[in-house]
Design a protein around this ligand. Structure first.
Ligand SMILES: *[C@@H]1O[C@H](CO)[C@@H](O)[C@H](O)[C@H]1NC(C)=O
Ligand SMILES: *[C@@H]1O[C@H](CO)[C@@H](O)[C@H](O)[C@H]1NC(C)=O
Length: 249
């Protein structure tokens, strides 16, 4: 009898715990420290406690994204959708390709910030941005159908076709969707109407031996400080809000 009262009390305690758990926040932010040899990387992990999906941002190195873990619907397992350093702080801090220390998307390839602004013709409805030998956009674009999903990017896994190119949507959208097909999994970069440009980089294998494709949501055209295409200029107190994200389909 005493035994069964004890069990009833234990059950009541468990129930109380369950109520507390249900009322706790779904998303938590946790401190994570990676330490390897003399190297220390401090991070914040944003965790969805219902699904264990997470994003890990290194905070003592300019806000670099170390990992995004999403549930792969094909396997129901968590999967890293960006290239990580597997918790190796030495690799994080000494990675020569992890340069710039910039988390947010930005218009890159500003070749000569001191050059005066140039008049820039608005191109017609377009696809691939044409660049000159300084990699500045020329203002012309050609329709590009190489990313319609009907064929791989080209080359083979050891030597994929090298692309480090910017594309612009030919018509504006409320929500952009770019999908990388990787076996059974479709990895989607989605972005709101602020991101009509996307940079596609396929050189990870030749540059640092990683099977990876980088899709970069871009709010403005490369060299935007000179050509103003997509450039947002904020006065004091003004706010620019936008959103983009990654999903496994
Ligand atoms: C999340 O991770 C915790 C700790 O590893 C585990 O107990 C729990 O079952 C996981 N939840 C899901 C939905 O996978
Ligand atoms: C960690 O990264 C460093 C630098 O890339 C590498 O030399 C080392 O072997 C790695 N350690 C482990 C345990 O993988």
């Amino acid at each position: 009898m005493a035994g069964s009262i004890g069990m009833a009390l234990a059950a009541a305690v468990l129930l109380a715990c369950a109520v507390v758990t249900a009322a706790s926040p779904r998303f938590t932010i946790n401190d994570v420290t990676y330490k390897t040899g003399d190297y220390v990387a401090e991070a914040k992990e944003l965790l969805d406690t219902h699904t264990n999906q997470s994003a890990i941002i290194i905070t003592n190195m300019g806000g670099r994204v170390e990992a995004i873990r999403l549930v792969d619907p094909a396997t129901n397992q968590l999967r890293d959708v960006i290239a990580t350093h597997d918790g190796n702080a030495t690799a994080m801090i000494t990675n020569p390709h992890w340069q710039g220390e910039i988390l947010l998307p930005y218009a890159n390839r500003i070749r000569d910030a001191s050059r005066s602004p140039l008049p820039h013709p608005t191109p017609p409805s377009l696809g691939s941005r044409q660049v000159d030998d300084r990699l500045d956009p020329t203002g012309t674009m050609t329709a590009f159908h190489g990313m319609d999903g009907s064929a791989p990017i080209g080359g083979d896994p050891d030597a994929p076709t090298y692309l480090d190119d910017e594309f612009k949507a030919r018509t504006p959208c409320d929500q952009y969707s770019h999908v990388v097909v990787d076996g059974n999994t479709h990895i989607q970069l989605f972005a709101d109407a602020s991101y009509p440009y996307v940079q596609i980089y396929t050189g990870a294998v030749s540059t640092w031996g990683l099977q990876a494709i980088a899709l970069e949501a871009m709010s403005a055209e490369m060299d935007a400080y000179n050509n103003y295409n997509g450039l947002h200029i904020l006065d004091a107190g003004e706010v620019f809000e936008s959103s983009f994200g990654v999903a496994l389909l």
